[in-house]
Every structure is written in C-alpha cells, then in structure tokens.
Write a protein that binds this ligand. Structure first.
Ligand code: ADP
Ligand SMILES: O=C(O)[C@@H](O)C(=O)COP(=O)(O)O
Length: 426
C-alpha cells in the first residue's frame, strides 16, 4: 500500500490547466493525486500517491521559473516523493528564452542526474512526436495554430532544435524505430546517449503503447519531463504499491450558479465559444476597451452576469481571432495585453464567486486559469472525472466554501465542451 511513507511521484507543472491535465491522467491510471496551487507552506496532509504542484511559470523570466521549480522540488522531496516529473504543454509552449530548457537543467542539477527524457506526446489529444518533430492535430506544430499563440508562438516543429536552443546540455533523440523495439531497446539507447554526453533526449511517441514503453524504460530515472501523456504509464511501474480498492476520482457534489470565463485564444476554444454562444448568454470583453475604460468594462460584464445567472450558465470571454489579438498587442504590447485581460478575468471571477453566488466555474486557458485560481485564493484541488481528455472537474481546497472548477487547456475539449460540462458535474 502507498503513502504510509508519503507520495511516490512528485510533479511540477508549469501552468494550472497543465497541472489538472496531468493530475487527471494520474488519477485515471490509478494514483490518488492531489494538486496544490503554488508551493504549499505546510506539509502535505492528504494520503495520496502523487502530488502535482501547479506553478504559473511558463512565460515568466527563466530565472524566476527555475527558482520556483527548485522550491517546488525541495517541498516535494520533503514530502518523501521518490521520482519527479516536470510537466509542460503538449505543444511544448515556450519562449525562445525558455523555460523548458532552463527548468529541466536546474532540476537535473538539483537531483544530481546527468540524463532525462523530454516527450510532449499526448495521443488522446492528437499530439505526437515523430523523428523529433511535434505534430498537433495531424499537422506540424508550426502549422497547427500554435504559430499564432498570444504569448508563446511556436514557429518550429523540430523539438531537438527548439530545446537545443534553450539549454547548455546536448539534446539527442530516442526515435520511433527504437520505441517500437520495446523498453529494453529504449534503455540501451538511453545508456548509449549518456555515453555520448547527451543530457536530454527528445522521445518519439505516436500512440499510448509507445508511451507505456517509454514509461517502463523511465522506471529508474530520478526525473522525467513530459506533457501529460507519459503519466498514463508511470503508475504501472509502482502498481504493487497502489491501493486499487479506492476510487481515485470521486468528488462531493457542489450546488450553485454556473459561469464560463475564457481568455484562451486557441482554435479549439474559439470553436467552443461559437457553439456556447448559441446556448447561453455571453459577454465579450474587448481588450482595447479594457485599456480605454477598465472599470466600466468590468462592471458591464458583471451587470450582464447579474441579470442572467439565475437562469443558467453564462459565458464571459476575451478570446479573439489572431487579427484581433494582434491589434491589441500592437497597441498595448504582448505581455501587457495578456496581463490586462488576465487581471480583468481575475477580478470578474472574484466578484462572481464573492458576491453573485457562482459555485461552479469553468475557465478556458492556462494563463487565464492561473490568474483566476490565484484571485479565488485556491490552495489545492481534488481531481474528479474528466469532461473530455485532460480536463477533469475538480473541487477546491482552501476557499471559504468549496467550489467546482474545471480548468480547460486552450486546445482541449470537443466543440460542445462548454455546454456538456455541466451535465457531467459531480
Ligand atoms: N483579446 C485579446 N487580446 C490580447 N490578448 C488576449 C486576448 N484575450 C486573451 N488574451 C490573453 O491571451 C493569453 C492566452 O493564454 P492562455 O490563457 O494560456 O490560453 P491558452 O490555454 O489557449 O494558451 C492570456 O494571457 C490572455 O490574457
Ligand atoms: O499539455 C497540454 O496540452 C496541457 O496540459 C497544457 O499544458 C495546455 O496549456 P494551455 O493551452 O496554456 O492551457
């Protein structure tokens, strides 16, 4: 049985939606998992097999991202974790300055390990890696819409090159042909790469079977770095220590008003908003209008919410087309435009929950979720069943009253995600 001695797997996620994605994969593979928001100041109290520390470190300066990640690692080590997992986006979201390379390097140094893997593949959401190239929805990353991401535009699908530019370590490749030969071949390849002085290997993976092979081969690595896909295979490495009689995903039901907040400009979210607008009252937060007259725009969004919340879920969105985002960024600056919208979303979320009786909240966008969850003072999340792959319902820890939250990664979820989510609540 697990956990008399503490959790086995300690994870550090670089954004909040990514953290719930990872936690839900671990839960579905049988690990009782707790997600913390930020680095806790006190020891872990829950009896769990895995802990995911959610940071908001994807787009902050590399030095801050490494400092936060090392502090998270220290806390996870104090809780007794034995293996560590750095979770980034399945579309490898990063700026040219990092942060995947610098954080990986810092964690390797802290753990005293000379080698780790890097694999963003997530077949359930159509992210695969072949010959080191990342594909999203069947096309190279730089043609998938990610080239227009407001904060982390991805213009190169070759991950050996992308990661190589972010780290002083040599970056190698464990290719598909090796994966297909099974875990013994992958372990042999790891040893060969280590002997060549390679520090980080991008790993090909096209389907879940490839990830299971990779996970078995990573059994003895102190550190793995990946999207959430690799998490499906890791629990099997410690199966004899997990308590399979417990239901890893059961949540207490939560009643109250319902709202969707979206700051994600990803293609999947834009399609979900188009669909949702036909089914629920919606309000569009305009980034330039926020810049002109911030308080009036926020108040108008809240007035709109107030007059419709009683009848059912409402939607407030800043999400916009690449052209509209570019216009806002040209006037305000990239970082500033993002922060302005995030600030408004955070303030609206606090009012919806604090004054308007919202207890069930769906948030679209990783950075947006980070801003909202921080404003609500959430300390941790219990993870429930998934609405769509990688997006579970969760319930909050640390808030005055528990809330039901679903934090949706920009590119996750079916077109009817925002309408069907309510029917799948705990
Ligand atoms: N209309 C807009 N103009 C400029 N930036 C925007 C607009 N709407 C949202 N943003 C910003 O774009 C970023 C989207 O990132 P994020 O929330 O992580 O979404 P995703 O999960 O799709 O990547 C956020 O910083 C958000 O504040
Ligand atoms: O790995 C993934 O794709 C997600 O877990 C994730 O991190 C998505 O980030 P956002 O698109 O910024 O929500």
């Amino acid at each position: 049985m697990a956990t008399a001695s503490g959790p086995i797997l300690g994870c550090i996620a670089d954004d909040f939606t990514g953290a719930t994605d990872l936690a839900s994969q671990l839960v579905s593979a049988g690990m009782r998992t707790l997600q913390t928001i930020g680095i806790p100041e006190t020891p872990l109290e829950a009896d769990v097999d895995a802990v995911v520390v959610a940071l908001k470190s994807r787009t902050i300066p590399a030095k801050e991202a490494t400092d936060q990640s090392i502090r998270a690692l220290d806390w996870l080590r104090e809780q007794g974790c034995e293996q560590f997992y750095f979770k980034y986006c399945s579309t490898f979201d990063s700026t040219p300055a990092g942060n995947i390379g610098p954080v990986t390097e810092a964690l390797m140094e802290a753990l005293g390990t000379a080698f780790t893997v890097a694999c963003p593949a997530l077949p359930a959401n159509r992210r695969s890696v072949f010959n080191g190239y990342l594909f999203a929805n069947g096309v190279p990353l730089n043609e998938s819409g990610m080239q227009d991401h407001p904060l982390t535009p991805m213009t190169d699908a070759n991950l050996v090159r992308v990661l190589g530019a972010q780290t002083t370590r040599d970056v190698g490749l464990i290719d598909y042909a090796t994966l297909r030969q099974g875990d013994a071949a992958v372990i042999a390849r790891i040893e060969a790469l280590k002997a060549e002085g390679v520090g980080i290997a991008i790993c090909d993976a096209i389907d879940n079977d490839d990830l299971f092979v990779l996970a078995r081969a990573c059994r003895d690595l102190p550190l793995v770095t990946a999207g959430s896909g690799l998490a499906l295979g890791l629990p099997a490495n410690v199966a004899e220590r997990l308590d399979h009689t417990r239901d890893a995903a059961r949540l207490e039901p939560i009643a109250g008003r319902e709202a969707v907040l979206s700051g994600s400009c990803s293609r999947a979210t834009l399609a979900q908003i188009e669909h949702a607008r036909q089914h629920m009252p919606s309000y569009h937060l305009d980034a330039l209008a926020l810049d002109d007259d911030y308080q009036n725009v926020v108040d108008a969004a809240l007035d709109h919410a107030k007059s419709h919340l009683e009848a059912g879920p409402i939607l407030i969105f800043a999400s916009a087309s690449p052209e509209e985002v570019r216009r806002a960024q040209q006037r305000l600056g990239v970082q500033q435009a993002g922060e302005l919208v995030e600030r408004a979303m955070a303030e609206i979320a606090a009012e919806l929950v604090g004054r308007l009786g919202v207890r069930r909240l769906l948030v679209a966008g990783g950075e947006t979720s980070g801003a909202v969850v921080s404003a609500l003072d959430v300390k941790g999340l219990r993870i429930g069943e998934s609405i769509d792959p990688g997006v579970p319902w969760t319930t909050t820890l640390g808030t005055d009253e528990p809330l039901a939250l679903a934090l949706k990664s920009g590119n996750f979820g079916a077109t009817d995600f925002m309408t069907k989510a309510w029917k799948l609540m705990p």
